[in-house]
Design a protein around this ligand. Structure first.
Ligand code: GLC
Ligand code: CA
Length: 566
C-alpha cells in the first residue's frame, strides 16, 4: 500500500522532472526493501589515520587511547562508524599497509586490551568500528615471508608468488610496481623472483594457494568474533593475478606502472567468487559490512563487486578527482542512479589518506565557502558518505621539503611526485605547538595553519566549517529522504548551479548549491515553488526560505537546503 501511495504522490506532484533511467518499478523496490535503518547504508563513516589522529602517550605517534579520548568529539560530530587505517604490527615501510601480524595490535598503537576498550567505548556511543584488512600482500618481515624466502622447499614457499626469471637477469614478466620500477625482486639465496605490487617490502600473497585462502578467511572470523563491525579491504581486486603470468600490454606513460594496461596483474575474474565467499562469512554475523578499495578499476567495475551476495560497497572514487564545477560534481552523482538501487548501494568519498585533501583541491587560500558547498553535496547525495579526519575543519595539505617526507612514494620520486604525506599531517586539535595532537614533535610535521585552523577554534565559532559539518550530519540523520530517498536532479549548469531533490514517501528535500562566486537564481516549477518549505541549512545566514515568484535566489557560493512534507 505504502509503495503505491509513494508512486502516486510522485506522479501527482509531477516529481520526475527528467528520467534518471529508473523505472517506477525500481522505486517501488527501493521503498519496499529499505524500510529499516542500517548503519552502513544510512549512516556516515569517518576514516581515522591512527598515526596522525591523537597521541596519548607522548611519543609523537597517534594511538588507540588517543582515539578513545576523542570518541565524544566524534559522537558530537555525528558519525556512525569509524574506519581505522591499519593498526596491526608493522615495520611501517608503508605505515601499516605492510602487515607483520594480522592477529595483533602494534604496540605503538596500544595493546589488544586497549583495542577491546576502544571497541566497547565506541559501541557505547553508537559508533561502529571498521578495520582495514590488507590482504593483497604482507610485510617482508612477516614470519610467513621470512619462512617462504628461506628455501624453495619451505612449507611457506607457495604462500607468496615466486617464479623463475626469463633468464638470470630478467624478471618473469613486465609487471611493474605501483611505487615505482619493476614489480619483481630477485632473491639471490634461492635464485627466484618474488612479486610485489607495491614496495619490495610488501610481497604479494599467493591467493591461489588454498592454505593462504583459508588463513585469510580466518582473519575475517578472528576480528568478527571480537565484535568488529566491518572491514575496508585494501586493494581487494588485486588479490588474483593471471595464472599464466602474461605480460601486460604497454601504453603511453612515464613510469613503468603507468605505461601498462593492467590486464594481467590486476582485477582478475577469480575475485568474484571470493567476494561471494567473504560475504557468506560476514552474513554469519549480524549487520557486518565490507567495503572494497576498487583499485585500477572504474565505478562500473566497483558496482559489479557489490550486491546482496557480494560486498556491501566498493569505493567509487570519482568525487576525489572531480574538478570544481557544478557539472563535474553532478556527473559523479549520476552513475549509480542508473542501477537497480536495491542491489547496489553507492558511497561517496571526497578525501582519504592517499590523495590531496579536498580543501587543498577546492579551497581558495584559507577561505572555506567552497568547502561548505562540497560538504553539502557529499552529505546530501544518495550513498554512504565517507569523511576523512580533518576534512571537517578544512585541513589543508602540508608542504614538506625532501628531508621531511615519510611516504615511500614521495621519498622515491620527489620532486616529480610529492607522495601522500600532504594529507597525513597530524590532526589539528588546538593552536598549541604540536596542535594538541602530541606533547612532543610528531612523526610528521604539523601544518603551520594549525595556530588558527583547529578544532578548538572552530567549536567556538558558529560559522565555522566544523559547525557546518555537524549541522549537515544532524540534518541527514533526521531525514529519511536524505539517507535513502531518491535522487532527482532539478537542474545544473556547467559551472555554477547544481540543484536536486531527495525524496521518500513522506518528505522532499531540495538542495541548491551555488558553485560560483556571483549570485544566481534557481527557477522552480509551480509544483516546487508553491510547496510549504522549511529552511534546513543555509551557509549564508539566510533567515527565511526566500522563494519569490518561483525563483530561489542564491548568493555566491551559497548552500541552501529546504524541506517539505509530501
Ligand atoms: C591502498 C592504501 C594505500 C597503500 C596501498 C598498499 O591503496 O590505501 O595507502 O599504500 O593500498 O597497501
Ligand atoms: Ca603514541
Amino acid at each position: 500500500m505504502k509503495d503505491i501511495a509513494f508512486v502516486d504522490i510522485l506522479l501527482r506532484f509531477g516529481f520526475i522532472p527528467f528520467s534518471t533511467g529508473m523505472s517506477a518499478r525500481t522505486q517501488i523496490i527501493e521503498v519496499g526493501v529499505m524500510s529499516d535503518w542500517l548503519w552502513w547504508r544510512d549512516g556516515v563513516i569517518y576514516q581515522i589515520y591512527p598515526r596522525s589522529f591523537a597521541d596519548s602517550n607522548g611519543d609523537g605517534i597517534g594511538d588507540l587511547n588517543g582515539i578513545m579520548g576523542k570518541l565524544d568529539y566524534l559522537a558530537d560530530l555525528g558519525v556512525d562508524a569509524i574506519w581505522l587505517s591499519p593498526i596491526y604490527p608493522s615495520p611501517d615501510v608503508d605505515f601499516g599497509y605492510d602487515v607483520a601480524d594480522y592477529y595483533g595490535i602494534d604496540p605503538k598503537y596500544g595493546s589488544m586490551d586497549d583495542f577491546h576498550r576502544l571497541l566497547d567505548e565506541a559501541h557505547a556511543r553508537g559508533i561502529r568500528v571498521i578495520m582495514d584488512l590488507v590482504l593483497n600482500h604482507t610485510s617482508d618481515q612477516h614470519p610467513w615471508f621470512i619462512q617462504s624466502r628461506s628455501s624453495r622447499e619451505n612449507p611457506y614457499r607457495d604462500w607468496y608468488i615466486w617464479r623463475d626469471g626469463r633468464n638470470p637477469h630478467s624478471p618473469p614478466n613486465n609487471w611493474g610496481s605501483v611505487f615505482g620500477g619493476r614489480g619483481w625482486k630477485f632473491d639471490p639465496s634461492t635464485g627466484q623472483w618474488y612479486y610485489h605490487m607495491f614496495a619490495p617490502q610488501q610481497p604479494d600473497l599467493n591467493w591461489r594457494y588454498e592454505p593462504v585462502r583459508q588463513e585469510m578467511l580466518n582473519i575475517f572470523r578472528y576480528w568478527l568474533d571480537k565484535g568488529v563491525d566491518g572491514f575496508r579491504l585494501d586493494v581487494f581486486n588485486e588479490y588474483f593475478k593471471d595464472d599464466q603470468f602474461r605480460d601486460n600490454p604497454w601504453k603511453l606513460g612515464i613510469r613503468r606502472f603507468e605505461s601498462q594496461k593492467h590486464v594481467y596483474d590486476a582485477d582478475r575474474p577469480e575475485m568474484m567468487e571470493l567476494v561471494e565467499a567473504i560475504r557468506l562469512i560476514l552474513d554469519e554475523y549480524s549487520q557486518r559490512y565490507a567495503v572494497g578499495e576498487t583499485y585500477l578499476a572504474d565505478e562500473k567495475r566497483a558496482v559489479e563487486f557489490t550486491g546482496l551476495s557480494r560486498l556491501h560497497a566498493a569505493f567509487d572514487f570519482s568525487l576525489l578527482h572531480s574538478k570544481w564545477s557544478a557539472a563535474s560534481f553532478m556527473k559523479t552523482a549520476q552513475y549509480w542512479d542508473t542501477l537497480n538501487i536495491a542491489d547496489h548501494w553507492p558511497n561517496n568519498v571526497m578525501n582519504n589518506h592517499d590523495n590531496p585533501r579536498s580543501a587543498s583541491r577546492y579551497g581558495r587560500g584559507e577561505k572555506d565557502e567552497r568547502l561548505k558547498v562540497a560538504a553539502a553535496f557529499l552529505l546530501t547525495l544518495r550513498g554512504t558518505p565517507f569523511l576523512y579526519q580533518g576534512e571537517e575543519i578544512g585541513m589543508r595539505d602540508i608542504h614538506l621539503n625532501a628531508s621531511e617526507l615519510r611516504d615511500p612514494v614521495g621519498k622515491k620520486y620527489w620532486p616529480l611526485k610529492v607522495g601522500r604525506d600532504g594529507c597525513r599531517s597530524p590532526m589539528q586539535w588546538d593552536g598549541s605547538e604540536f596542535s594538541g595532537f602530541s606533547s612532543v614533535k610528531p612523526w610528521l610535521k604539523v601544518h603551520p595553519n594549525h595556530t588558527f585552523r583547529n578544532v578548538e577554534n572552530q567549536l567556538q565559532d558558529p560559522e565555522s566549517l566544523l559547525h557546518f559539518y555537524r549541522k549537515l550530519l544532524q540534518v541527514r540523520k533526521s531525514s529519511k529522504a536524505l539517507q535513502r530517498g531518491m535522487f532527482q536532479p532539478i537542474t545544473f549548469d556547467p559551472q555554477r548551479l547544481a540543484a536536486y531533490l531527495r525524496q521518500d514517501d513522506s518528505e522532499t528535500v531540495l538542495v541548491a548549491l551555488n558553485f560560483g562566486r556571483r549570485k544566481v537564481r534557481l527557477g522552480l516549477g509551480p509544483d516546487l515553488a508553491n510547496r510549504d518549505w522549511e529552511l534546513l541549512v543555509s551557509s549564508k545566514n539566510r533567515s527565511a526560505v526566500g522563494i519569490k515568484n518561483r525563483w530561489l535566489p542564491l548568493s555566491g557560493e551559497e548552500v541552501c537546503i529546504l524541506k517539505s512534507w509530501n
